[in-house]
Design a protein around this ligand. Structure first.
Ligand SMILES: [Zn+2]
Length: 156
């Protein structure tokens, strides 16, 4: 159980953001794509209405991501501040890896949403997306190691 006290939480994505995420994911394939999500808190969760791609400069971009430092700084200090982070798993299902979980503490407290995408299978080719809220406190409100809570994605 979490501290949400029964209030269903979700992440709402505008159709243009869904389109941008899928396009970036596929244009980077077979490398990992990453970028920041812009939006705001909304009733029942978070609402994401824009996406800014960030170049992946990892030495092994097929299996990891390192956001370009210059682009990252510009992205993080933009107004309004980003509320979430996206990256893709070109070769695996869109669930957090151990490296993803270990990397959560490098995201500032303004980051509340974490999305992972994978290329879709089947004839539609629609990318798969999983959404998570970054939890930084436990059910008593005490600080904890950041963790991810899987929540449903819905259209904005
Ligand atoms: Zn990952």
């Amino acid at each position: 159980m979490t501290a949400s006290q029964g209030i269903p939480q979700s992440i709402r994505l505008s159709s243009s953001v869904q389109h941008m995420l899928g396009k970036h994911l596929l244009s980077c394939y077979p490398q990992e794509a990453c970028g920041i999500l812009l939006g705001a808190a909304a009733a029942g969760g978070m609402c994401i209405d824009n996406y800014v791609p960030v170049r992946n400069v990892a030495p092994d971009p097929l299996h990891s991501f390192v956001p370009d430092p210059g682009e990252w700084i510009r992205a993080v200090y933009r107004e309004p501040a980003p509320v979430g982070f996206f990256h893709s798993h070109p070769h695996a299902a869109p669930w957090p890896s151990l490296a993803d979980l270990n990397g959560l503490s490098s995201l500032g407290p303004e980051f509340k949403v974490y999305l992972i995408g994978s290329p879709g299978t089947g004839h539609t080719g629609t990318p798969l997306l999983n959404g998570f809220l970054i939890q930084r406190t436990d059910s008593n409100g005490s600080a904890q190691t950041p963790a991810l809570q899987h929540v449903p994605l819905s259209p904005a």
